[in-house]
Design a protein around this ligand. Structure first.
Ligand code: ASP
Length: 457
């Protein structure tokens, strides 16, 4: 059995849904079909999830909701009519949304989750109806009935271990199962969504839940590329990569997946295949537990912006027992998580995501560090990028870091920080944000510039 997930652009219009139907009908092993809410039909278009967020916020602020409601329902109306579905389904979708909008708004997180999740829920119902019309034996599955049990953290749900046993029972259901992505239910029965992009998470959980032989993730590109195609013109395609490589690259800015999305599949050793709905017969990218890396020690280059550094200097810091703990405790009290802590003898830097910092938080932590740790110097700098080169083969290939540093130096880029995790799957360079594109270009040229093939294995 396979689990197949179709992202927003794959289900954005009737034309796309017809392609999805052909893909599912072609392979009877495609048992569970996870769908996103309708996404963008063109660059300028809006995703239904974004329309729903605007609608929910209008309702929370007591503003007029009619226009927002029309915008959402309009998208389904168009798809349903182009698919020749009974218009009754549109009335059901509208009634469902009205019902959600009438919910209690006291707990805004819960209210927003209910509104957001309607995007995938109603799309799954509509697609199941279309599959049936096309003569397939198919049904919509309600995540609550199926046992998609998640933690009660609005907008940030995590799967709970007890879910897996329940989800296993989906194997016994007959026909194709159309499952809405992006949300589950808490043990108390509240609807809770995963983070944005969470339909990928649903698919990975279901693949693990039914012990699928393959998790196929259909999107709008032929494969995962070695670098961001908006920076590098026609980057090489990656044919095979490992779970760890994918995880590192998505953490560092590859937008193919939310960085935690595939973890349930990885943990259960389920192979993942990224494929293109618009070109379904190309092989795509396989993501597996292991790969042969002799030829390509480095598989990809990613970059992510928006980091800040807290720089702390104190003479003899290296001899002071408990210094690191006290420093991190101050960050913990402010609810901050950190990404890297490169250290010297008398100084250390804590690198964190800027989006967590307000001016107030910044002032509080700086003054606490000054007062409580009696440091010689402390300051915060903003607007750094983390550029990462990733590859399983790096740990037993001599000279990868030297080549990378040289490439950055050729591009006249000052390296502020270097971090190589102990796993040696990735090497991270901290640089000033304005140098990001040049850094990616320089590193790409160094590691992939000589590739004559357009694919790497
Ligand atoms: N529709 C949701 C979003 O746009 C979830 C998803 O598509 O994966 O984030």
């Amino acid at each position: 059995m396979k689990v197949v997930k179709f992202g927003g652009s794959s289900v954005a219009s009737a034309e796309q849904i017809k392609k999805v139907t052909a893909i599912v009908a072609e392979d009877p092993k495609r048992k569970i079909v996870v769908v996103s809410a309708p996404g963008k039909r063109s660059k300028e278009d809006a995703k239904v999830t974004d329309l729903l967020i605007a609608l929910g916020e209008a309702a929370l602020q007591g503003r007029e909701t009619e226009e927002g409601l029309r915008a959402v329902v309009g998208r389904y109306e168009l798809i349903a009519s182009d698919l020749d579905l009974e218009q009754e389904i549109v009335a059901t979708i509208e009634a469902d949304l009205q019902e959600r909008l009438a919910m209690d708004t006291q707990n805004s997180g819960r209210f927003m989750d209910a509104i957001k999740a309607s995007g995938e829920d109603n799309n799954a119902k509509m697609i199941a109806a279309y599959f049936q019309k096309e003569g397939m034996m198919a049904s919509y599955v309600n995540p609550k009935d199926a046992g998609m049990v998640v933690s009660d953290e609005p907008g940030n749900a995590r799967i709970l271990p007890e879910a897996y046993e329940k989800l296993m029972k989906l194997r016994e259901k007959e026909g194709t199962l159309v499952f809405p992505g992006f949300f589950g239910y808490s043990p108390e029965g509240n609807l809770v969504t995963f983070p944005r992009g969470g339909s990928d998470i649903t698919g990975a959980i279901l693949a693990a839940g039914i012990q699928a032989e393959l998790y196929e993730n259909f999107t709008d590109v032929d494969s995962v590329y070695a670098a961001n195609p908006t920076i590098i013109d026609k980057p090489v395609e990656i044919k095979r990569m490992t779970y760890r490589e994918m995880r590192e690259l998505s953490y560092a800015g590859f937008s193919v997946f939310h960085d935690e999305a595939l973890i349930p599949a990885f943990r259960n050793h389920i192979p993942v295949c990224v494929k293109n709905t618009n070109n379904p017969h190309t092989s795509g990218t396989m993501i597996l537990a292991e790969r042969e890396y002799a030829l390509n020690p480095v598989i990809g280059i990613a970059a992510d912006e928006g980091f800040s550094t807290i720089y702390v200097r104190k003479y003899l810091m290296n001899r002071e027992v408990g210094f690191g703990r006290k420093l991190l405790e101050i960050l913990e009290d402010a609810g901050l998580s950190y990404e890297h802590i490169p250290s010297g003898i008398d100084d250390t830097s804590v690198i964190l995501r800027q989006s967590q910092l307000t001016l107030e938080i910044e002032q509080t932590i700086i003054s606490r560090i000054k007062q409580e740790l009696d440091v010689d110097d402390v300051y915060l700098e903003r607007d750094f990028s983390m550029v990462m080169i990733v590859g399983e083969g790096m740990h037993n290939t001599v000279g990868v870091s030297a080549r990378a540093a040289e490439a950055l130096s050729r591009a006249n880029i000052n390296i502020e920080m270097i971090n190589q995790g102990s796993s040696e799957v990735s090497l991270v360079f901290g640089i000033h944000q304005e140098d990001t594109e040049e850094a990616v270009k320089g590193l790409y040229k160094e590691f992939f510039g000589a590739c004559v093939e357009t694919t790497i294995q």
